[in-house]
Design a protein around this ligand. Structure first.
Ligand code: TXA
Ligand code: MG
Length: 318
């Protein structure tokens, strides 16, 4: 088993040293746990792809300590600067034109001339980035296609020895991955992935976000239909459980009769639901049920990201 490190000054120093040595370190962010490695090292970046079983065609997000560090890696136009000033640190990832002299490993961009950058708000992530003194490539710390981890023990259970250490920061306060916005080409800002920063908050600054053209090659190669998948089949918009099904409920009125029940939020709060989503999916997946039935969830606020993850969890498996 990998080592789970309590969040002390000594563990932070050790985690930073491991990253500088090219090892893999999982760490908490406000969204989900990331599987981090030195973004300037081809070997370290390849180790991420191996540990996750991730297709080389799916590029990684690079985490940096602040917007100045981001501007050394990518070209930040006026729109990017405004978004960064308003929402970084926070659950927003910007896809930007990569600088030719960025020093980033080519392996992390899957052949694209752009790079995805994010400044996480979590205190431990921020401290780790500062001490490592490196840009840190970090996808979510789950095997490719499975449920993202929101607790250190999820990472230890899923990735085991593939990761040198897991920094334990407790449960992630947002619970769904960052919102990904593409600013790498002229034209309107594109919403590639709804996430921990609600679309409404971004649009208040940018005006309406466009969606990528489905006819075009996928702009965000990670947005394959099946993803975030538990082992059990998932059935959406259920009003009541079928015999043998577990129920992922939402709101105060919960039908009886499920094999096991978890309620994302009894009060119908999308933020609470996002925090609970991945842990509850894992729990129901292990409940011995035949399938997971999910009650309808409204699309406002973080509801958009929750619905996106649940649709992918329910999609036919590739
Ligand atoms: O909250 C998060 O974003 C977490 C934490 C750890 O920061 N990370 C995360 O990474 O969710 P990952 O690798 O699971 O998802 C990254 C997404 C994928 O959908 C990927 O295709 C997309 O970002 N992406 C990365 N680089 C891109 C690029 N240059 N162009 C378009 N999409 C990109
Ligand atoms: Mg992921």
């Amino acid at each position: 088993m990998t080592r789970v490190l309590a969040p002390t000054a000594a563990s932070l120093a050790e985690a930073a040293r491991l990253l500088r040595e090219g090892r893999l370190v999982a760490f908490p962010t406000e969204t989900v746990y990331g599987l981090g490695a030195d973004a300037t090292s081809d070997e370290a970046v390849s180790a991420i792809y191996r540990a996750k079983g991730r297709p080389a065609s799916n590029p990684l997000i690079v985490h940096v300590a602040d917007a100045d560090a981001a501007a050394r890696l990518a070209v930040m136009d006026e729109r990017a600067q405004r978004l960064a000033a308003r929402f970084w640190p926070g659950p927003l990832t910007l896809v930007l034109p990569r600088r030719p002299d960025s020093g980033l490993s080519a392996a992390l961009s899957a052949g694209l001339s752009s790079v995805a950058l994010r400044v996480p708000a979590h205190k431990l992530a921020h401290a780790l980035l500062g001490q490592a003194g490196l840009p840190v490539a970090a996808p979510s710390a789950n095997p490719s296609g499975r449920i993202s981890p929101t607790e250190a023990r999820h990472v230890a259970a899923d990735l085991g020895d593939a990761v040198a250490a897991v920094l334990d920061g407790g449960p992630c306060p947002v619970g769904v991955e960052s919102t990904v916005i593409d600013l790498s080409r002229p034209g309107p800002a594109l919403l590639l992935r709804p996430g921990g920063l609600p679309r409404e908050e971004i649009e208040a600054l940018t005006g309406p976000l466009a969606l990528p053209d489905a006819a075009e090659a996928p702009r965000s190669p990670g947005q394959l239909a099946s993803h975030y998948a538990p082992r059990l089949p998932v059935r959406l918009d259920a009003t009541e459980p079928l015999p043998g099904e577990a129920l992922l409920a939402f709101g105060p009125d919960v039908p009886a009769g499920a094999h096991a029940t978890r309620n994302l939020s009894e009060t119908g709060d999308p933020c609470e639901a996002a925090r609970n989503l991945f842990r509850m999916l894992r729990e129901l997946d292990e409940s011995g049920a035949t399938a997971i039935a999910v009650m309808p969830i409204p699309a406002h606020g973080l509801g958009e990201a929750i619905r996106d993850r649940l649709h992918r969890a329910a999609a036919p498996r590739g």
